[in-house]
Design a protein around this ligand. Structure first.
Ligand SMILES: [Zn+2]
Length: 89
Protein backbone atom coordinates (compact mmCIF):
# COMPACT_ATOMS: atom_id res chain seq x y z
CA UNK A 1 0.00 0.00 0.00
CA UNK A 2 1.30 3.43 -0.87
CA UNK A 3 2.04 5.81 1.95
CA UNK A 4 -0.73 8.38 2.19
CA UNK A 5 0.15 11.90 1.19
CA UNK A 6 0.07 14.11 4.23
CA UNK A 7 -0.73 17.76 3.77
CA UNK A 8 2.57 19.53 4.44
CA UNK A 9 0.77 22.32 6.25
CA UNK A 10 -1.79 20.67 8.56
CA UNK A 11 -0.89 16.96 8.32
CA UNK A 12 -4.22 15.79 6.95
CA UNK A 13 -3.97 12.54 4.97
CA UNK A 14 -5.04 13.24 1.40
CA UNK A 15 -6.65 10.29 -0.34
CA UNK A 16 -9.08 11.49 -2.99
CA UNK A 17 -8.54 14.31 -5.45
CA UNK A 18 -10.97 16.59 -3.63
CA UNK A 19 -8.70 16.46 -0.56
CA UNK A 20 -5.92 18.22 -2.43
CA UNK A 21 -5.58 21.97 -2.69
CA UNK A 22 -5.22 23.78 -5.98
CA UNK A 23 -2.60 25.92 -7.63
CA UNK A 24 -3.35 29.26 -9.25
CA UNK A 25 -3.93 27.62 -12.63
CA UNK A 26 -6.32 25.07 -11.11
CA UNK A 27 -3.98 22.09 -11.10
CA UNK A 28 -4.03 20.05 -7.90
CA UNK A 29 -1.35 20.76 -5.32
CA UNK A 30 0.82 17.76 -4.52
CA UNK A 31 1.70 18.97 -1.06
CA UNK A 32 -1.23 20.77 0.50
CA UNK A 33 -4.85 20.00 1.21
CA UNK A 34 -7.88 22.05 0.23
CA UNK A 35 -8.35 23.26 3.82
CA UNK A 36 -4.97 24.96 3.71
CA UNK A 37 -4.30 25.89 0.12
CA UNK A 38 -6.56 27.00 -2.70
CA UNK A 39 -5.85 28.83 -5.97
CA UNK A 40 -2.19 29.10 -5.07
CA UNK A 41 -2.87 30.87 -1.78
CA UNK A 42 -2.93 29.96 1.91
CA UNK A 43 -6.41 29.99 3.32
CA UNK A 44 -5.27 30.90 6.83
CA UNK A 45 -2.23 33.03 6.11
CA UNK A 46 -3.19 35.47 8.89
CA UNK A 47 -3.01 32.85 11.64
CA UNK A 48 -0.01 32.33 13.88
CA UNK A 49 1.40 28.84 14.21
CA UNK A 50 -0.42 28.30 17.52
CA UNK A 51 -3.73 29.51 16.13
CA UNK A 52 -3.33 27.32 13.07
CA UNK A 53 -2.57 24.31 15.26
CA UNK A 54 -5.71 24.88 17.35
CA UNK A 55 -7.84 25.32 14.25
CA UNK A 56 -6.50 22.18 12.59
CA UNK A 57 -6.96 20.07 15.70
CA UNK A 58 -10.56 21.24 15.93
CA UNK A 59 -11.08 20.42 12.26
CA UNK A 60 -9.90 16.85 12.81
CA UNK A 61 -11.94 16.42 15.99
CA UNK A 62 -15.06 17.51 14.17
CA UNK A 63 -14.47 15.20 11.22
CA UNK A 64 -16.16 11.81 11.05
CA UNK A 65 -13.54 9.77 12.83
CA UNK A 66 -14.37 6.88 15.09
CA UNK A 67 -13.40 6.89 18.77
CA UNK A 68 -10.22 4.92 18.25
CA UNK A 69 -9.06 7.29 15.54
CA UNK A 70 -9.83 10.27 17.76
CA UNK A 71 -7.87 8.71 20.58
CA UNK A 72 -4.81 8.43 18.36
CA UNK A 73 -5.39 11.85 16.90
CA UNK A 74 -5.18 13.46 20.34
CA UNK A 75 -1.97 11.57 21.06
CA UNK A 76 -0.32 12.11 17.69
CA UNK A 77 -1.47 15.51 16.59
CA UNK A 78 0.89 17.70 18.56
CA UNK A 79 2.69 20.95 17.82
CA UNK A 80 5.85 18.90 17.50
CA UNK A 81 4.25 16.84 14.75
CA UNK A 82 3.05 19.95 12.93
CA UNK A 83 6.50 21.55 13.12
CA UNK A 84 7.93 18.62 11.17
CA UNK A 85 5.81 19.44 8.14
CA UNK A 86 7.37 21.35 5.30
CA UNK A 87 5.47 24.58 5.84
CA UNK A 88 6.65 25.00 9.44
CA UNK A 89 10.24 23.86 9.19
ZN1 LIG B 1 -3.82 21.01 5.08
Amino acid sequence: MAKPNLCQSCGMPMKVSSDFGTEKDGTPSEKYCHHCYQNGEWKHSDLTFDEFYALSLKKFQESDMNRVEKFFLNKMYTKKFLKKLERWR
